[in-house]
Ligand binder design. Sequence first.
Ligand code: ATP
Length: 272
Amino acid sequence: MRQLKSDPREGLSMADTLVSLDGVNISFNGSNVLEDVHLRIRRGDFMAILGPNGAGKTTLLKVILGLYKPTAGTVRLFGVESAHFRERYRIGYVPQKAGSFGDFPATVWEVVAAGRIARAGLWRRFDRSDREKIKEALAVLGIENLVRRPVRALSGGQRQRVAIARALAAEPELLLLDEAAEGLDVASEEAFYGLLERLNRERGVSIVLVTHDIGAVSRRVKKVICLNRRIVFAGPPQECLENGKLSLLYGMPVFVPARTERQIRKMSGRRR
Ligand SMILES: Nc1ncnc2c1ncn2[C@@H]1O[C@H](COP(=O)(O)OP(=O)(O)OP(=O)(O)O)[C@@H](O)[C@H]1O
């Protein structure tokens, strides 16, 4: 296993670089979906990936997760080449429509406990520390009171929380979320992004989320990646909004209405 000690180009310790992609290409049926992607995800990052439909956002997450193998380029996870990386539990994933669960008959406890298997292993019984971590994940998401309920009987917002608690039960250092707020009403969406912000700030979980809603996330994320096969912009959200980068990304004028503090207070008030 090749373990890198430092990132010579940037003078940073690899301990701070959770994911690095260099010159990553991937193609399906002969057409390029990602081209020459260079990306660093660092400890403490809170990053949004934006881009039009079919831009390769989900593919990028799947490359990081090791689900897709790039046709060219290198992927390193926690300093280790992806093909040799064995500690997959360090990266949590909430896929698109993760909260749908269909008619799955499991309870909230069972679904969240299943997330712990990634860390505990399939062949070992849960010990006290596993159960504590499951309880903690439920508590962080504020769903301890739902443990006995079948997930299929929950609201969309509650199911999203279950999906995230399942990912958190494995104590990931990096959480990847793919359009996880889709289908939530505006107030639930605000609460959801607030929760991610707290996970990032208070628990030190690095977060990368794919979203179409720059308006909702721009106040919260520290960095925006604009992807359209290639990374066309990487920087602070304000710079992305001010310099017409989104219009370039989507190939048409884009106006992002910022939510005012008053609107947000009103929405939060409605939830109480
Ligand atoms: N396993 C696969 N086999 C073939 N083509 C694929 C596969 N996965 C993704 N693609 C193609 O790659 C392109 C990018 O897909 P991807 O899901 O990454 O886009 P996206 O930016 O997440 O889009 P959206 O915003 O619509 O979710 C699409 O044209 C898709 O059809």
